[in-house]
Structure formats: structure tokens, C-alpha cells
Design a protein around this ligand. Structure first.
Ligand SMILES: [Zn+2]
Length: 106
């Protein structure tokens, strides 16, 4: 674990692996990200898109979760406003991949 990279900010000095409040998954955290209750950007973007928008997200998650980008901690609103077309396309592709092939045509 020592020398590992923080899953939230990509910096070193991981102090622990904690479960995400956004899903059944755990991430490696540096001290600063752990203290900031930050989540990796990918899972925040995924949650926002999966809910169908920030306004449909549970308010405690919407208000209590932060992420990290370019040296700063962002609120979920800031994450939602900064979702790129590329991230949206990746989400849609992942959803299609997870759905797998549909019923065979007869
Ligand atoms: Zn970090």
C-alpha cells in the first residue's frame, strides 16, 4: 500500500483503502482526500449520469460528496457541470457493454 497512488487525486501517500459511499466498491485514499470525503471523479460522473441528472440524486449524496480535478476539490454540482462529451460517451458505452447482447433475433 505504501507508495500506492490515491484513486481520487492520483498523488501518492495512500493511507488506507475505504469503501465508497457511492457504491459497493473501495478505493485507495491519500490523507487529504480521505479528510475531504472525496470520491474518484469516474464514480461521481457515473452516479450523476446513472441518476439521470444531479437533481434526481439523493440530496445527502449530492451535498455530501466531493471529487477532485486539476488540483481542487469539487462539489457534485461542479462535477455535473464539468462532465465532458467523452465521459458521457464512455458511460453510454459501459452501459451497453454491461447490458450484453440482446435476445437473439429469430
Ligand atoms: Zn488523494
Amino acid at each position: 500500500m505504501a507508495g500506492d497512488i490515491c484513486d481520487v487525486c492520483g498523488r501518492g501517500n495512500v493511507v488506507g483503502v475505504y469503501s465508497s459511499s457511492l457504491g459497493a466498491i473501495s478505493f485507495a485514499y491519500c490523507e487529504e482526500c480521505a479528510l475531504n470525503d472525496a470520491e474518484p471523479r469516474g464514480i461521481c460522473v457515473w452516479q450523476i449520469l446513472d441518476c439521470g441528472g444531479l437533481d434526481k440524486m439523493r440530496s445527502d449524496i449530492q451535498l455530501g460528496t466531493r471529487s477532485y480535478m486539476n488540483g481542487a476539490y469539487l462539489s457534485m454540482l461542479e462535477v455535473a457541470e464539468s462532465i465532458t462529451d467523452q465521459e458521457r460517451a464512455k458511460y453510454e458505452k459501459d452501459m451497453n457493454d454491461m447490458a450484453g447482447p440482446g435476445p437473439a433475433e429469430t
